[in-house]
Design a protein. Sequence first.
Length: 196
Amino acid sequence: MQNQVGGLSVILDQIEKESKAVIAETESKAKKETDKILAAAKAEADKITAEAKAAADKAYGDALERDKNAMEHSLTQSLLAEKQRLLDGVISESVKSIGGIDGYYDFLKDLARRYLGDGAGRLLMSENDIKNMPDDFKEFVKSEFPKLEAEASSRVESGFIAVYDDIDIEENCTLAELADANMDSIKEKVQNILFK
């Protein structure tokens, strides 16, 4: 019987050894499979993280570029508005100051020759222009436009308006009107002088 017990012990030892070997092999396979799954999951997580970072970087770059463009546009608009304000101021002051320059009445003679007709009426001028009118301009109006009578009017700061009696047309040769009519050309020339 002892032989049987000894044989049984050997068999049990053999079974235990084989079981341990199977368990070790199964654990090894399971660890390898787990490592493989973990490596694949880490690679996928790294890929997702990289894609999310790239998308976030692109969104940030796009937002930054939009903000930069908006700021540049706003700055350009502000600069243009300031240039426009300066242009308008320079032109306005220039128009106002023309009445005080030498040759002003010669300039008015040229305007009269260019724009006035021979109809009867009134030549509206500023009170200051009539007060300072030189004799040669008075003679010019009498000889060239005898049917027009110079008259002070609050409608005129500089230049003149011809109001004809027989027709419903006024010839507005005020410097403000002439400046308005030629504003694009004037602004272009002033801009070339001021901003180049």
